[in-house]
Design a protein. Structure first.
Length: 344
């Protein structure tokens, strides 16, 4: 049976590092995922109000569909400036492509943002939004272990009417194939069933990683179109772009750009397994995919079968990551289990 990696984090995909930075007064933050070099990447955008940067570079028909890092940020459009900080930090350390002998290193850093501008933090930043500096700090903080819950890009996030946050999980498929997922969970939909306690993602939970709650035999399995929409409207969240789930899935396989794109598309099903409703006109749901290339899938018909297996595992792992993000954010808020990695 496949099991989580040693950390049960996306960094179980060897080489990947994750760092958070946040401003408690602003109630917003940034999460940066750093690759040791340029990894093959893809992206799939499903929501009705996305906020992105450099996603077109990851299209299969383009020349350099790779990424040196992925940047996720709060702050809506202002948060796109966080990628400037990650780019500056990586370039200063010599990481990136060089198009001329005298040019600085040019890192490719696709990015996506979530809307947390209405969460009560101090957003009176005038001409100096904090996100570029938060991007620099997040890159500097990148490590194999990182906090889960209300940290980084998940600091100001909400999941429906509940606290959202950063979640992550991994799955070791054997034969050198490892799948990891990270999510910044800020959807208009709910991650829990009608009882308010059981996560929609419960069938994929491993070792009680998000509380071990199971539904009653007679539990309702239908979700309202928008849970408590009058309260969400009062918060200004029933608008395009006011909510989203941002996600990254990573694998050790030697995927092409087209295969990474397919991986991201399949991983979107993890959102559908963990959030109801999802991909609404009010969300900007985005999944990035990264492939380290460490493990060959070979050629021939078996390669497509292996990709399908990876995509299915990525969807399951992302569903778990989404539930973990909300579980850890709410547990720390109520004085229970604090967010964090499961192993050093």
């Amino acid at each position: 049976m496949p099991r989580p990696g040693p950390r049960n984090l996306i960094t179980d995909v060897e080489g990947l590092l994750v760092g958070h930075a946040q401003d408690e007064a602003v109630r917003s933050g940034v999460t940066a995922l750093l690759c040791p070099d340029a990894w093959t990447a893809g992206v799939d955008v499903r929501g009705g109000g996305p906020g992105t940067r450099e996603t077109d570079v990851l299209r299969p028909e383009n020349n350099f569909s790779k990424a040196h890092a992925i940047c996720l940020s709060g702050g809506s459009v202002f948060g796109l400036g966080a990628a400037d900080g990650v780019v500056a930090a990586l370039s200063a350390s010599g990481r990136g492509i060089r198009l001329a002998p005298t040019s600085p290193a040019i890192p490719i850093v696709p990015a996506a943002v979530l809307h947390d501008l209405g969460n009560g933090g101090d957003k009176d930043w005038g001409l100096d939004p904090p996100y570029r500096w938060l991007g620099i700090e997040a890159a500097a903080a990148a490590d194999k272990t990182f906090d889960l819950g209300a940290f980084g890009a998940g600091l100001g996030a909400m999941a429906g009417l509940a606290k959202g946050g950063i979640g992550s999980a991994s799955l070791d498929l054997g034969d050198g194939l490892v799948v990891g997922a990270l999510a910044a969970v800020n959807p208009v939909g709910s991650v829990r069933m009608a009882d308010g306690e059981t996560f929609w993602a419960w069938p994929w939970e491993i070792d009680g990683e998000f509380g071990g709650r199971r539904p009653a035999l007679d539990a309702a399995t239908e979700a309202e179109p928008i849970p408590e929409d009058s309260k969400l409207a009062a918060l200004g969240r029933l608008q395009a772009g006011a909510n989203t789930t941002l996600a990254v899935v990573a694998v050790t396989a030697d995927l092409t750009t087209a295969e990474c794109t397919r991986l991201a598309m399949m991983a979107q099903d993890g959102l559908a397994r963990a959030i109801r409703p999802v991909h609404t006109p009010f969300d900007g749901d985005i999944v990035f995919a990264l492939a380290s290339g460490a493990q060959s899938l070979g050629e021939g018909p078996g390669r497509a079968i292996a990709l399908a297996r990876l995509g299915s595992a990525a969807a399951d792992t992302l569903a778990r990551a989404i539930a973990r993000g909300v579980y850890e954010a709410q547990s720390s808020e109520t004085g229970g289990t604090s967010g964090g990695a499961s192993a050093p």
